[in-house]
Design a protein. Structure first.
Length: 242
């Protein structure tokens, strides 16, 4: 991802409806997992740390991030031990196993995503789980994805095959970010005709609109748990090692 985008993310991730809405959904999913009270949690590709405080309410959190600015920002804002690393060939905390491994919109940044999924199996504690999200709907690949250095967007079948092929047992898979899908399509069309070097999604809307979108996004909580969405801007998967 371009360096300037990390600075933008640090500025908006506590205010923008998309970041806030995702954290709300993640918290709901994690509450249903009933993790042990002393759970060890690893977030890979934590960025500027927007999810770390939420994860800390479920256990002891460790994190990995490539970008130096983001690592320092995440450490300072949350107190979490954030180490340098990258998938699939450099994962810190050698010898440590985790009850939960999280990758929130990270896998699409990795050229060899299948190998990255495979190497993580050895870092999971017995009975542990992996929670990951990725961008979905392949035909929407555009300026936003290029700006964030994505290699791909996923279909549900492709993500399912990648996870299973890497030796994981898939427990749940669902599209989400569906209720506001028409808005996302419109935003991508704006990106196409604007010919700019930024993405519409990186702008925080006016307060009233931002709060409205956040409330709509939150309403996906119940439907997401039942995997009822046939399409969406994103995919969420939960997996374990059988």
């Amino acid at each position: 991802m371009e360096i300037g985008k990390y600075h933008e993310m640090a500025d908006i991730e506590n205010r923008h409806w998309w970041f806030r809405g995702r954290r709300y959904l993640f918290r709901s999913v994690l509450e249903d997992m009933q993790l042990p009270p002393d759970a060890h949690i690893l977030e890979l590709g934590c960025g500027t740390g927007g999810n770390l405080s939420m994860l800390q309410s479920f256990g002891e959190v460790f994190a990995v991030e490539m970008n130096e600015f983001s690592r320092e920002h995440a450490r300072m804002s949350t107190g979490v031990d954030v180490q340098y690393g990258k998938l699939p060939d450099m994962i810190p905390y050698e010898g440590k196993r985790f009850d939960l491994i999280c990758m929130f919109d990270v896998l699409e940044h990795i050229k060899n995503d299948a190998e990255a999924l495979a190497v993580l199996r050895s870092r999971l504690s017995p009975g542990g789980r992996m929670l990951l999200t990725v961008p979905a709907t392949k035909w929407m690949f555009g300026q936003h994805d290029k700006m964030f250095h994505h290699f791909r967007r996923y279909t549900s079948r492709e993500l399912s095959d990648k996870i299973s092929g890497a030796g994981w047992e898939l427990l749940a898979l669902s599209y989400f970010n569906t209720l506001l899908f028409p808005l996302a399509v419109f935003a991508r069309l704006l990106d196409i005709v604007s010919f700019g070097d930024n993405s519409t999604g990186m702008k925080v809307p006016p307060t009233a609109i931002n709060q409205l979108f956040y409330r709509v996004f939150r309403k996906e909580k119940t439907l997401l748990k039942k995997s009822l969405f046939p399409f969406g801007l994103s995919l969420m998967a939960i997996a374990c090692v059988s």
